[in-house]
Design a binder for this molecule. Sequence first.
Ligand code: PEP
Ligand code: MG
Length: 542
Amino acid sequence: MLTLKGQGVSKGLAIGKVFYFDRTPVEIVRREVEDPTAEFARFEAAKASAIDELAALYERAVNTIGEKDAEIFSVHQMMLEDLDYCESIQGMIEGESVNAEFAVDATAELFAGMFASLDDPVMKARATDVRDISRRVIGILTGKRDTLIITEPSIVAADDLTPSETVTLDRSLLLGIVTSGGSANSHTAILSRTMGIPALISVQGLDETVHGRQAIIDSATGALYVEPDEETQTAFHARLEEFERQQILLHGLVGQDNVTLDGRRIDVFANIGSPADVPLVHKNDAGGVGLFRSEFLYLESTDYPTEESQYQAYKTVLEQMQGKKVVIRTLDIGADKQIGYFNLPKEENPALGFRAIRICLSRPEVFKTQLRALLRASVHGKLAVMFPMITSKSEVDEIKSIVAEVKDELKARGQAYSEDVEFGIMIETPAAAVISDVLAKEVDFFSVGTNDLTQYTLAADRQNANLDRFIDTHHEAVLRLIELAAKNIHAQGKWIGICGELGADTSLTRRFLEMGIDELSVSPSKVLEVRNMVRHIDLSKN
Ligand code: PEP
Ligand code: MG
């Protein structure tokens, strides 16, 4: 048994096979093999796995992007079965005693060259496909993949994962996440908490040798046990039982109010990243959605999501929330959330750069598409729209005039929207907190993004794992900014919530209640823990 130590960033326990996502580029060298028959069998086994992967991808794609677009995965399966392709590989392995990777790569280039020389554009395009299927087989042969796809229940291990890699993982197969890099408030950590998937970061000594091996994640102790011995497995099952017992106890709070012993109520809402998270919101009895990070719809796509596809996603969430409030945050990309098709410029300091509302105000056509989709969806439930990374009143003025234009466009199109939509902004910058008296006159509500507010107040990059010891998440400067904002916002009769990760920190719940915070929005799995804490607090006593 190998024990690796890291830091748990999403609670829970998991057991399963590790899939290590190795992104070092594959270098294919020609090697002579002693047993060409065994080598060909190695190719045949990799081919069979590739076909299984493609079948799983086809099934998944049919359900998400439809049969027509999913077809490519069945075409790839057929290409892998192609007799000429397989015979060429067999001929090289058995005739020249070369290794399978080399034979596949050489055959791919041979066939791609042939396809590329044809006049028919459909056949020409097959050059890319033959390279693609061969890359998949080589990936299986070498264990080095260039895209992260799991096709069986897996603990995903990697150096680090980008938000788009995490969001496109098939969550029905994802048992846990372990990375050697990462930071507690990166979006990958946040996503794993939202999905309720156990996760460890900063795992020392984690590398590709764990691939394919059985492992246990225990996020409470930050341990990853690779090939756990019997004693560890027994202890794991006992801890799992205890964890489940606690979950059952917490679930006894379903249907109860979030009220202190002395009668102060607070809303406890949930954060989501996709319509697929709504069942978790219901399961944990959240009073609404306090943050729907809409950018994950963009991160899952390979091109700008259309107004129609966004409208469907927002409508689904609003309908499924059955009249409970849903706060949807407009697109917040940039910094760690990079999207290829946006072609964002490379920046020295991306967290201080072109991100969130700055991109939306600079690309009004992208912003307006999202606003149209949101307003159209507003007739299906109780919608609130929130804008990220605000620093000044002039940004809010600009947003308001764009919203007014979009409403006029919808009226001209004869498309309905609700006049009851609330508009709010996030307090994520010290600037917004300091001028919250001014901003409070402009919008209906506020939500504090403590992840960014902390990084900007303490001048400490939330992505940088080396800074963890310098980031005091309870820093008085951050708490005082929240307190100031709450005072200013309440003076204007508006409401203020917290949707950053600090909202789920139950050691601060009392302080937030004392500040008069109206709503805490947390990962679905934290809702009942926060409720439990609220119900044990007596604000009339010290
Ligand atoms: C925050 O900054 O606290 C927040 C909620 O937004 P995000 O984590 O998506 O940047
Ligand atoms: Mg933020």
